[in-house]
Design a protein around this ligand. Structure first.
Ligand code: PCA
Length: 314
């Protein structure tokens, strides 16, 4: 089972526990060997390896495949879902369509877990888009790259496993990610600021090759699904619980953790609005259906007190 992130990351820890539960539930018949940190397949190769059956199961970030289908881009649209409860509502609204898109590629989704909210790391204070103009900013997906372009900066795709090196060698001077990956990459060694923008919560999925899954006997299939359901619940809980801890670690390393300055925030919200509109055009009727279901769910459950108050276009 190839996975992209370090052994000590909470996603990987969750997956290690999933693997051990599968072994227990199947009485040792089904053994999953986790190869973390892009060591077996690089982050951007894992999906193809699972499709081709070179690896039976793997972990990917959904938005890494955003160029293949707009449904894979939904959870990286800035400010569409920027809290855990909104991210959960978005997942409930989109899950069946996302699963169907993976199914078309012969992949079965076992479970999905979000990253903590995404912010911007930089060497210098960022107050407005003028401060990022032309800056080389690290991206991990086509949607993130699009946002960086709209910010007037230059996106450079760097996988998490290569992030520390890219920062150390000056390939990029800023980064878009969570407090979690910022911590894993020891960002304080090169970067001084973390703007805790809380722009979106991208999700990873654990996918299994459908044919390989179908080849398992029934008790083993059921064990896999049972462990997967538990891993999803546990993963969402841990992600949310650990967010503050990660932010505290950045502060302890003397990073300046700040909200985005008002002018920058306004510009980013405008980019979110534009990217939402662009997405709706690309995603067609299916996209509109998911979007409407999500909006309705958010309006119903959070009414006045929601983070979506910032979304002036709603
Ligand atoms: N960490 C991953 C994806 C999003 C996140 O928080 C990364 O930066 O590659």
């Amino acid at each position: 089972m190839p996975t992209p992130y370090p052994v000590s990351n909470f996603h990987t820890e969750n997956i290690a526990r999933f693997a051990s539960e599968v072994a227990t539930l199947t009485g040792g018949q089904l053994q999953i060997t986790v190869h973390a940190n892009g060591a077996l397949y690089r982050a951007n190769e894992i999906k193809r390896a699972v499709r081709g059956g070179q690896a039976q199961i793997g972990e990917i970030i959904i938005s890494g495949a955003a160029n293949e289908d707009p449904l894979f881009a939904l959870d990286t649209i800035p400010f569409l879902a920027s809290s855990y409860s909104e991210a959960q509502a978005l997942w409930q609204a989109s899950r069946s369509k996302v699963e169907e898109r993976f199914a078309r590629q012969g992949l079965k989704v076992l479970f999905s877990v979000p990253w903590p909210p995404q912010g911007i790391y930089a060497k210098v204070a960022l107050n407005s888009l003028a401060d990022v103009k032309g800056m080389k900013i690290r991206s991990y997906s086509p949607t993130v790259a699009r946002m960086i372009e709209l910010m007037g900066a230059q996106p450079v795709t760097v996988q998490a496993a290569d992030l520390s090196q890219a920062l150390a060698t000056g390939v990029v001077s800023a980064n878009v990610t969570s407090a979690s990956t910022g911590y894993d990459a020891q960002s304080w060694e090169q970067l001084s600021y973390y703007f805790d923008v809380q722009a979106w919560l991208p999700k990873n999925v654990v996918i299994v090759n459908q044919q390989q899954f179908d080849g398992l006997d029934r008790p083993n299939r059921e064990a896999l699904l049972k462990a997967a359901a538990a891993a999803e619940l546990r993963g969402w809980k841990t992600s949310e619980e650990k967010t503050q801890w990660y932010v505290e670690q950045l502060k302890a390393k003397k990073m300046k953790v700040l909200p985005a300055a008002a002018e920058l925030q306004k510009a980013l919200l405008g980019i979110g609005e534009r990217m939402t509109r662009e997405w709706l055009v690309q995603a067609g009727a299916d996209g509109q259906q998911v979007y409407d279901a999500y909006r309705q769910a958010v309006k119903k459950s959070f009414s006045n007190a929601c983070a979506c108050a910032a979304r002036l276009w709603w």
